[in-house]
Design a protein. Structure first.
Length: 213
């Protein structure tokens, strides 16, 4: 392994370890919050996935640097890809939908305050940077975009069923299917899932493009 490759691996390791620390802080803060379970929120579920993906990637990177592993396992790359896509979706939904819905102070509240600083801003940015610029092997195929949408599909299916049954309300306005017309719920589902597919393809292409090899 040449010096350049080791440098890229070390930068990737540092970024992943930072995300592990920040996600852990955010999760601990969420556990102390009264009210609905934190696991109802896509934001927190995606960051739990991010924590797991970055932890696995860190262990594999350490093994590669120590010579006990020849290359990054494909499953670890896929897991990190899934996390990167979920957090990118989280960031875009916050910036484009949730923050504007929260009035004049929406962006400050949704991007800076409390655990949102980690879950909505820092971790999505760091995971995107690490995956797109420093974690380019093994290469992803176009069919791999379907792996990236699996977490969103599972979350949407569970939460929508719980909303229909009246077990929960929300937790996001666009998931309140009992409070809005059917056509509006369908439109939101198409927009979110379609956007997730587009994000997954764009993240895959960005990963395949320039940057550190």
């Amino acid at each position: 392994m040449n010096t350049s490759s080791k440098t890229v691996l070390k930068i990737s390791l540092a970024l992943n370890l930072i995300v592990v620390v920040l996600d852990t802080i955010g999760i601990v803060q969420g556990l102390g919050r009264p009210g609905q379970s934190m696991f109802l929120f896509y934001t927190e579920d995606s960051n739990i996935l991010s924590l797991a993906a970055c932890a696995c990637f860190s262990v594999c990177t350490i093994l590669i640097l120590s010579g006990r592993l020849s290359e990054m396992p494909r499953w670890a790359q896929i897991l990190k890809y899934m996390a990167a896509c979920c957090l990118t979706l989280t960031f875009l939904v916050v910036v484009c939908v949730l923050a504007p819905m929260n009035g004049a102070d929406g962006y400050q509240h949704m991007l800076i305050e409390g655990q949102f600083l980690y879950f909505h801003l820092l971790c999505p940015i760091l995971v995107f940077i690490s995956f797109v610029f420093f974690e380019k092997k093994p290469r992803l195929d176009r069919k791999d975009i379907w792996y990236a949408v699996i977490p969103t599909l599972i979350y949407a299916a569970i939460v929508i069923v719980l909303n229909i049954s009246g077990t929960i309300t929300g937790p996001y306005p666009f998931l309140m299917v009992r409070e809005q017309p059917v056509w509006q719920s369908i439109l939101w589902c198409v927009a979110i899932l379609g956007g997730d597919l587009l994000i997954s393809e764009l993240v895959r292409r960005a990963n395949a493009a320039g940057g550190a090899a």
